[in-house]
Write a protein that binds this ligand. Structure first.
Ligand SMILES: Nc1ncnc2c1ncn2[C@@H]1O[C@H](COP(=O)(O)OP(=O)(O)OP(=O)(O)O)[C@@H](O)[C@H]1O
Ligand SMILES: NC(=O)c1ccc[n+]([C@@H]2O[C@H](COP(=O)(O)O)[C@@H](O)[C@H]2O)c1
Length: 414
């Protein structure tokens, strides 16, 4: 039975005493692709250290092994240098890139061309592989009217899974495809929610052999009944505006938001598995081999810590999410995710499928506080994309919210 069938349903985060009804089962889902993150988790760019420098890590230093590495890599060598990220440019010599997949970045801008020229002129003399630069395919031109963007339907009958930015052919055939899914309220989406994906893609590139082929927001449905939720249609639209105007790889999937009942996160991930692996057969490599796509949940430290609260998540769901899919956890300021992982039995059991991402530049923008600012007529400029601010103004969202201020200033928002 779905928790929201209960007439007294209150979303878990709003009611700490919430007890989900029995029978909170994960259906026998179709096969989930088999990769465990840690099996494909190593610093792909860093040189292997000299064997004499690799010290075994004692169990008591377990948390060190979690630091921006796969949580389960405790017997692995800890590199103290941040490896320089591979780039489109410097990996191009050994890439078997497919021109068809350049839908992400078909036209290099002037800056790219300049960089390309500089790079080409140096190419003969310098070994490539270590030129740090921003990946231009991640950025959308803020002034550009987005092309080929697929907007989500407002009803389930005409719903189509968005694939307009899903990479269909793997760029580097030696890697494994990965899709990142962020579930949440996004009421409204902020720059923190956008940054989460950028932090995740950096961590994946640096620490694993996966190639991110897509990123999705899955806003929760209205049945979640959390305080401060704008309607699902508004939240989906705001996420779309944010993705269209600030990113060239992120997408929004409205499926969860359109469901007539609240959908547990385990089932949302099953939906992505179904769309990407079952219906579409995963991702193809340039040599024509099909690879199933790993799907991982992207979540903040607070969401992960809610997994330790009684009766918010069914154990069976946690095994399904963490074991079957895996989790990328963005540390939240002030929360100790690593200690939490060590202390939580199910999390610890699946630690090889969990990657903790350290925020090197702290960002703690809170949707709750954004809503309060709007209600108080204060500026929210630079906390969320302009397109989202404009949308909020046009639709007069949040101005008449009645969310208790005490709760807004409570521990979650602070
Ligand atoms: N400051 C933060 N640091 C890291 N992750 C965060 C932070 N704020 C939110 N997240 C993550 O963003 C995702 C979506 O969050 P969601 O919109 O549901 O909550 P929220 O941003 O905390 O909003 P609200 O203030 O309405 O509770 C969740 O995984 C959440 O953990
Ligand atoms: N049992 C579950 O599947 C479960 C429990 C709590 C939160 N969630 C999800 O976590 C996300 C964020 O929730 P909060 O905004 O309440 O932190 C939402 O997408 C929600 O559906 C799922």
């Amino acid at each position: 039975m779905d928790p929201t069938n209960d007439p007294n349903f209150v979303p878990p985060s709003a009611n700490k005493n919430y007890v989900p009804p029995a029978g909170n089962k994960v259906p026998k889902s179709k096969p989930i692709q088999p990769y465990v993150l840690e099996d494909y988790c190593e610093l792909i760019d860093a040189p292997q250290p000299h064997p004499s420098k690799s010290l075994p890590i004692s169990p008591s230093s377990g948390s060190a092994g979690l630091d921006n590495h796969c949580a389960g890599s405790q017997n692995k060598i800890v590199h103290h240098k941040i490896p320089k990220p591979r780039t489109d440019l410097n990996s191009s010599s050994d890439d078997e890139s497919d021109p068809k997949q350049e839908n992400r970045d078909s036209k290099p801008n002037d800056e790219d061309k300049l960089h390309l020229n500089q790079h080409n002129s140096k190419h003969e003399k310098q070994p490539v592989g270590n030129i740090p630069r921003i990946h231009s395919f991640q950025i959308a031109d803020l002034e550009e009217v987005p092309h080929g963007v697929q907007r989500q339907s407002k009803n389930l009958e005409t719903y189509k899974f968005p694939t307009h930015r899903l990479v269909s052919t793997l760029k580097e055939s030696g890697k494994y495809p990965l899709v990142i899914v962020a579930c949440g309220s996004f009421s409204p989406i902020t720059y923190l929610h956008l940054r989460m994906f950028e932090m995740a893609i950096d961590a994946i590139r640096e620490n694993t052999k996966f190639e991110v082929v897509g990123g999705y927001y899955s806003p929760v449905s209205d049945n979640y009944k959390k305080q401060g939720l704008a309607s699902a249609a508004h939240r989906v639209r705001m996420c779309e505006l944010a993705c269209e105007r600030t990113s060239s790889w992120l997408m929004v999937d409205a499926w969860e938001s359109l469901q007539p009942q609240y959908t547990r996160t385990a089932l949302v991930l099953d939906h992505f598995n179904e769309e990407i692996n079952i219906k579409r057969g995963g991702v193809i490599t340039s040599s024509g081999v099909r690879k199933p796509c790993k799907i991982m949940l992207l979540a903040g430290g607070d969401l992960i810590e809610s997994m330790g609260e009684p009766n918010v998540w069914a154990d069976q769901d946690l095994h399904h999410i963490l074991g079957g899919y895996g989790c990328l956890i963005v540390e939240r300021t002030g929360s100790d995710v690593r200690s939490f992982l060590l202390s939580h039995d199910i999390m610890y059991e699946h630690r090889k499928n969990i990657l903790v991402i350290t925020q090197l530049i702290y960002n703690d923008i809170s949707s709750t506080k954004v809503r309060l600012f709007i209600r108080r007529g204060m500026s929210v400029q630079y906390l969320l994309p302009n397109s989202v601010i404009r949308y909020i103004q046009e639709h007069k969202l949040y101005v008449n919210d009645t969310e208790p201020v005490k709760q807004v200033m409570g521990d979650k928002a602070d």
